[in-house]
Design a protein around this ligand. Structure first.
Ligand code: NAI
Length: 245
């Protein structure tokens, strides 16, 4: 039976690039995003199907425990197996801590962090029965080093790193690998929101003096989802062009 990968928040950006790359690697693909609108004027499904694998989209807000449970059940029913989970969905709601409303903090924690608990719990249960699986979490350099104006985002990403290590320890004996990637500054709709000044400041600190491309994240995720990474677990791979060394 062909293997199946589910990638959260995969209508666009890094998630779409990961979905396409895992399809090229031969995985059937379960796409996910928060609403149908994210898939309008968007050819990701066609591009994946053109590669000769199966692809289906599942609408679900990954911050909802209940919706995640239903989605994982639906994916299992549709494809018969879930072999790879990429916890990619994420948002930013930046602002200095002193002026940040409580709801702004809570929303980012729910979407970025609790979603990883929700999805890993339900997909992990499927993988435990299969006695195999690959889980890859999208952390961030903000979770490794902190970033002013991102108390909510950096807290969520730091937690994802701790959750990666915890779940690697809980699931390792069942043949499940859990790793994280920590991207630096990657060109996507998320970073398009930054000002010219913020972008130039970032560029000064990057050894490679350029921003990353979504395919450069997808390539590392592809490795972690492959048999070549069978003895790699609980690790965080920074993909930042040399932001901090
Ligand atoms: P993006 O904003 O382009 O894509 C995120 C996707 O997640 C969107 O399609 C969005 O609709 C979806 N999403 C948001 N909330 C959701 C929810 N509750 N349920 C389901 N889907 C939801 O962002 P990008 O840049 O592609 O980021 C992907 C991941 O990579 C995120 O976790 C982000 O934190 C992380 N990352 C991105 C970096 C960058 O420079 N772009 C740097 C470091 C980490």
């Amino acid at each position: 039976m062909a293997k199946t990968a589910i990638i959260t928040g995969s209508a666009r950006g890094i998630g779409a690039a990961i979905a396409l790359r895992l399809a090229k690697d031969g995985y059937n693909i379960a796409l996910n995003d928060i609403n149908e609108g994210m898939f309008e004027n968007n050819d990701i499904m066609d591009k994946i199907k053109a590669l000769g694998v199966e692809c289906e989209k599942f609408i679900c807000d990954v911050s909802s425990h209940e919706q995640c449970e239903a989605m994982v059940k639906a994916v299992k029913e549709r494809f018969g197996t879930i072999d790879c989970l990429v916890n990619n969905a994420g948002i930013t709601r930046d602002g200095l801590m002193a002026r940040m409303p409580e709801e702004q903090y809570d929303l980012v924690i729910a979407v970025n962090q609790k979603s990883v608990f929700n999805m890993t719990k339900f997909v992990g249960n499927v993988m435990m029965r299969q006695k195999s699986g690959k889980i890859i979490n999208l952390a961030s350099v903000a979770g490794l080093y902190g970033n002013p104006g991102q108390i909510n985002y950096s807290a969520s990403k730091g937690a994802i790193i701790a959750m990666t290590k915890t779940t690697a320890k809980e699931l390792g004996s069942r043949g499940i690998n859990v790793n994280a990637v920590a991207p630096g500054f990657i060109k996507t709709p998320m970073t398009d929101k930054l000002t010219e000044e913020q972008r130039n400041k970032m560029l000064e600190q990057i050894a490679m003096k350029r921003y990353g491309e979504v395919e450069e994240i997808a390539g590392v995720v592809s490795f972690l989802a492959s048999d070549d990474a069978s003895y790699v677990t609980g690790q965080v791979i920074e993909i930042s062009g040399g932001l901090m060394m």
